[in-house]
Ligand binder design. Sequence first.
Ligand SMILES: [Zn+2]
Length: 147
Amino acid sequence: MKQGTTYEVAEVAKLLGIHRNTVRRWLKEGLGAIDDRRPLLIHGSALKAFLAKRRESRRHTCRPGEFYCFRCRVPRAPWGATADVSFRNEKVARLAALCASCGTPMHRTVRRADLPALGALIDLHTLAPERMNGCSDPNANRAFEEV
Ligand SMILES: [Zn+2]
């Protein structure tokens, strides 16, 4: 890809080994053509910038079961594949976990409707409000529950 060159959609597709429709979708998503005339021409530097931005945003997008670690600056799996769940309201839950890589606390807000799917990927521990404020020994509470 030459930065000083302009490319047609078909040329970009061929260059990157992707479908023309993908390039057309990129044009809608913000890849700038040099003007509105047909055929659309895309400047090499615009293409390069678009691809870099796209890579960056993809890197920061957490897959289900991942959290964004601010220290690692990438999405990370939670340590022990577990996360604590606290409920914000009837629709939103907040997950807390530790980065599997560096141990930094990570947080993520999810829809409660997504919790069952998430629970298939990681262990979700629900924190009951009274348990968070009250008893400092979780085992005491657990023993109580099992009676
Ligand atoms: Zn980390």
